[in-house]
Ligand binder design. Structure first.
Ligand SMILES: [Zn+2]
Length: 211
């Protein structure tokens, strides 16, 4: 469900539970995005239980909760995301896409290797044979500001069974993460530092939601 929807609350049915020190809940559908190498998991509640972690385990999404009190298989319960936390993850994840697009306008041959869109340690790693300079970072940040001012609409869809995301007229990128609805939700994206390891370029960044 999280794949196409930015809903923050939804009813769901419990289809499985594993009792443990940290109980695990399986649902017939979910709005909780699991943790990935590039994005932190959602936080929130299943009924009155607090969701501590969300993981994609063996083809299904496991919700690790603080207590199984009041939860039982077959029950209809309400899922509630921590909205501020979700917005922050979506902002950082979306900023990563925009930095990649802006970088390709500066160095057309660069390619993204991976992104870690964690709010406290966000960085995008690219292969970039052309050594970019401080002047390029200024150009990059100006382009990012331009993307924000254009208030690009974020389009999510399926192409040949693969989920993609597209920011305005920028290129479509295969992605399963969560995103802002428009780039105007972001106040600012700042690439604050860059470092090279051979031809591997790492760009450290911060972003802020418009409040
Ligand atoms: Zn994405």
């Amino acid at each position: 469900m999280f794949l196409f929807d930015n809903a923050i609350s939804m009813p769901a049915r419990i289809v499985g539970m594993i009792e443990a020190d940290v109980p695990i809940v399986h649902l017939d559908r979910t709005i909780f995005h699991p943790t990935t190498g590039s994005q932190r998991a959602d936080r929130g509640c299943i009924g009155s239980a607090q969701v501590l972690a969300v993981a994609f385990d063996g083809g299904e999404i496991s919700h690790y909760v603080n207590s199984s009190n009041g939860l039982e298989v077959g029950a209809e319960i309400t899922l509630q995301l921590d909205q501020d936390w979700r917005h922050l993850q979506s902002a950082y994840h979306s900023a990563g896409h925009l930095i990649a697009s802006a970088m390709r306008q500066i160095d057309q041959r660069c390619t993204v290797l991976f992104g870690q869109h964690y709010p406290d340690q966000a960085a995008l790693t690219l292969h970039s044979a052309n050594q970019i300079k401080e002047g390029h970072i200024k150009e990059l940040n100006d382009l990012l500001q331009h993307f924000i001012e254009q208030n690009l609409i974020v389009d999510i869809g399926l192409e040949s069974g693969t989920r993609y995301v597209r920011f305005g007229g920028l290129e479509a990128i295969p992605c399963n993460g969560t995103h802002v609805d428009t780039t105007g939700e972001l106040e600012k994206i700042d690439v604050i530092r860059h470092e090279y390891d051979g031809e591997r370029l790492r760009l450290y960044y911060v972003t802020y939601n418009r409040t």
